[in-house]
Write a protein that binds this ligand. Structure first.
Ligand SMILES: Nc1ncnc2c1ncn2[C@@H]1O[C@H](COP(=O)(O)OP(=O)(O)O)[C@@H](O)[C@H]1O
Ligand SMILES: [Mg+2]
Length: 300
């Protein structure tokens, strides 16, 4: 069974998507793993880091984005028949084993979700709305991934900032979550808040067979370019190491590297577009660290 990892942080712009696509690229290209990137963010940054806008337009025309699998859960009677595997774009960026379940700018309609869940409680007055909601949240992404989980070694979910339904459902469908962060005090607060929220989410879903026990795989620090910040960053990272076990902090840090940002112009992760760059080398090391961490934790 594939290992499912959610890349999460309440803050936007911290490097979630960059980490997701580069890790996925390194795991497929350097380690020969079968990897699926699932884009759960309506900003579709992961999608546009792996396919061109023209390809994305075609994928959308062909109805092969995650929004269709969510629509199918909301309206199972639809005449459009497909399985999750039919939505997957294979071997993106010409890397064998690197697949994408593309995101969409409209992933789901809040109104449809509320209506569907409300309807279930109307039909059965003995059911509590919060139970219906929790069941939906716990099973949505898990059920979409279930038919394809054995086809992959890793499935990496690129989550949106904040803590929306898809992020929560993604976390509950994951074995692990990965937290990219900038070593800044507010980012630190964000990490603690997220940890608390995930603990609460786990407690809500305790005993639910549907959900996995998502646990923290690790924190990846993304550094700013200026060496002037170096000493201050070390102090903040020291504070983090008081809150989290040392084993949870990736040794390798991602440097700010203009090649990482520039790679987006060619719709490829830097790990593929410019493997010799400082950023790519860091992502390659992080992929190695990740394999060791997963092996240790999966063995526990
Ligand atoms: N190591 C890095 N070096 C240079 N730019 C980076 C690096 N990591 C991320 N970026 C840039 O920062 C911006 C935000 O990163 P992104 O991964 O999209 O964050 P998030 O997914 O958390 O919102 C993007 O423009 C990305 O290219
Ligand atoms: Mg993102």
């Amino acid at each position: 069974m594939g290992i499912v990892i959610a890349t999460v942080n309440m803050k936007g712009g911290v490097g979630k998507t960059t980490l997701t696509v580069n890790l996925a690229a390194c795991l497929a290209k350097l380690h020969g793993k079968r990897v699926l990137v699932v884009d759960l963010d309506t900003q579709i940054s992961a999608t546009l880091s792996l396919v061109t806008p023209q390809d994305f337009a075609r994928i959308r025309r062909e109805k092969k984005t995650i929004s269709y699998s969510i629509a199918k859960v909301l309206k199972p009677s639809s005449r459009y028949k497909f399985e999750t595997k039919d939505l997957i774009t294979k071997d993106v960026c010409w890397v064998k084993g690197l697949d994408l379940l593309a995101g969409d700018i409209d992933i789901y309609d809040e109104f449809l979700v509320s209506e569907k869940l409300h309807q279930e409680t109307v039909e059965n007055p003995y059911i509590d709305f919060s139970d219906v909601w929790n069941e939906f949240e716990g099973s949505l992404i898990k059920n979409i991934l279930a038919p394809i989980i054995d086809d992959y070694d890793f499935i990496i979910l690129d989550c949106a900032p904040g803590y929306n339904l898809l992020t929560r459902s993604g976390i509950m469908a994951s074995h692990f979550y990965l937290m990219p962060a900038r070593p800044e005090p507010l980012s630190l607060v964000g990490m603690q808040l997220l940890e608390r929220r995930i603990a609460k989410l786990r407690a809500t879903h305790e005993g639910d067979k549907n959900c996995l026990e998502s646990s923290l795989l690790g924190i990846v620090f993304i550094l700013s370019g200026s060496t002037l910040f170096a000493r201050y960053y070390e102090q903040v990272m020291q504070r983090v190491s008081q809150d989290f076990e040392a084993a949870k902090i990736f040794q390798t840090r991602v440097p700010m590297d203009v090649n990482v940002a520039k790679a987006i112009d060619s719709f490829q992760p830097v790990a593929i577009e410019n493997p010799g760059s400082a950023g790519s080398k860091a992502f390659a090391k992080i992929s190695q660290e990740l394999l060791v961490k997963v092996q240790q934790l999966a063995g526990d």
